[in-house]
Design a protein around this ligand. Structure first.
Ligand code: SF4
Length: 108
């Protein structure tokens, strides 16, 4: 956004290419992530991961490039959490495992 040695003002930072690109990315997230079941966990991922360098120029050509991986990971966490919850005994299940699971991590 700027060089700290040059002591940029807030106005300088607001006019920076990096901040303009960040706003560009945020608009893409609003368009592409609106219907995603995992938005409240992911928030569109990381803007850095959305950067593509093409012919030496920086482009923002989508949301985080790890999007499909995030969806798979969040879906798996969701599946495991639901299974562990149902097996926890709270709803009448009786399976107790000694190994910590996703729910143990979520409850910490
Ligand atoms: S998983 Fe993909 S679609 Fe969902 S919020 Fe994250 S980046 Fe957007």
């Amino acid at each position: 956004m700027g060089n700290v040695a040059e002591r940029p003002s807030m106005e300088d930072l607001e006019e920076s290419e990096a901040l303009r690109r960040l706003y560009e990315w945020r608009e893409l997230v609003d368009e592409e992530c609106g219907d995603c079941d995992f938005y409240r966990f992911c928030l569109g991922g990381c803007p850095y991961n959305a950067i593509t360098i093409r012919d030496g120029e920086m482009e923002i050509d989508g949301v985080d490039h790890q999007c499909e991986a995030y969806k798979m990971i969040f879906a798996e966490i969701n599946r495991r959490a639901n299974r562990e919850f149902l097996e926890s005994g709270i709803l009448g299940g009786n399976k107790k495992t000694k190994r910590p699971g996703v729910l143990d991590i979520m409850m910490k």
